[in-house]
Design a protein around this ligand. Structure first.
Ligand SMILES: NC(=O)c1ccc[n+]([C@@H]2O[C@H](COP(=O)([O-])OP(=O)(O)OC[C@H]3O[C@@H](n4cnc5c(N)ncnc54)[C@H](OP(=O)(O)O)[C@@H]3O)[C@@H](O)[C@H]2O)c1
Length: 285
């Protein structure tokens, strides 16, 4: 256990240093049609960097978490790559949007099992000004880590599953829970949410809400994101389009027609010139 704690401390130190040292060029607003229909969050630093308040939806319904989806796509619309930073979203996407405003107000961050590969994946905010914003909203230092897996994941291999101070929830089905049963017994900080059917994400989301998750940020990948969009579980989409072409061909974050409306649009400046940020909402507006 000591070894995992040491690795976690080293990760926190590294991620904090990277975020603190990142020179972020502010975004400039091209469109803001949010009116008073969404809630605005921010502090002086985030407002200066984002070019205003960052908007989040109220909860979709009484028994589901309010859920956003955050993606970076290449200039030609692809999302699959082992290193999404190669898509050209720049530091503003990595440090202000992705590991920042999209999750700063979230109780939990949700990811598909294929995205966490690599063992050192912890979903939190790291930039000190965003850590302060989270604290000002009286939220715990780290969001709950939620992983969706049908087959089950190897709990003994990933840092995220071996640090008792990180609360973890696994969305799975019976065979996935069975595959992880022995290792779950020694990790009481991990809670499985077992669906009767892989298609029953709404039931899993209701259970998340029952477990205290009121606001959730889903980071994909596109398999999980597609299922959540199909099920009508996403209200806000934060989409950054990078300056590079690339990623695996034909891998948009959603392959069907997206029924969503752009309410905010911003563009990057300085080294991030050419980056576009969009906030799309799936709610009737
Ligand atoms: N550009 C971006 O912003 C961005 C964001 C995220 C990821 N990515 C990239 O996208 C790639 C991964 O995306 P992906 O679409 O292949 O995989 P993914 O969505 O990350 O994960 C898919 C896995 O999630 C689990 N899963 C899927 N549907 C589920 C459901 N209804 N209930 C419970 N579990 C479910 C299954 O896990 P099991 O296999 O364990 O059963 C499935 O294999 C990586 O290259 C990653 O770097 C890019």
């Amino acid at each position: 256990m000591a070894d995992w704690e040491e690795r976690f401390d080293a990760l926190v130190e590294r991620k904090t240093a990277e975020a603190r040292e990142a020179a972020i060029a502010p975004l400039v607003t091209d469109r803001d049609e949010t009116g008073d229909r969404l809630a605005g969050i921010g502090n002086a630093w985030s407002r200066a960097m984002f070019g205003g308040l960052f908007y989040v939806s109220p909860s979709a319904s009484g028994d589901l978490p309010a859920t956003n989806l955050v993606f970076v796509q290449s200039r030609d619309g692809n999302t699959v790559t082992n290193d999404p930073s190669t898509l050209g979203g720049g530091k503003v996407d990595t440090h202000l949007i992705y590991e920042g405003l999209s999750r700063v107000a979230a109780d939990a961050v949700l990811v598909g099992a294929r995205t966490i590969g690599g063992g050192q994946f912890v979903m939190s905010v790291w930039r000190p000004e965003l850590v302060a914003l989270r604290a000002a909203m009286a939220l715990p230092r780290h969001p709950v880590q939620i992983v969706a897996t049908l087959h089950g994941v190897r709990l003994e291999e990933d840092l995220m599953f071996n640090v008792p101070q990180l609360r973890v929830i696994l969305i799975t089905v019976a065979r996935g829970e069975e595959a992880m049963r022995v290792r779950l017994q020694t990790r009481p900080w991990i809670t499985p949410v077992v669906m009767d059917d892989p298609l029953d994400l709404p039931a899993a989301f209701r259970e998340l809400r029952r477990l205290g998750i009121e606001r959730l940020s889903c980071i994909g990948g596109r398999t999980l994101a597609g299922a959540a969009l199909d099920a009508g579980l996403i209200q806000d989409i934060y989409l950054t389009t990078g300056t590079n072409t690339g990623g695996e061909p034909d891998t948009p974050f959603y392959s069907k027609r997206l029924n969503a409306r752009e309410v905010v649009r911003k563009h990057g400046t300085g080294p991030d010139a050419g980056v576009v940020f969009q906030h799309l909402t799936t709610r009737p507006f």
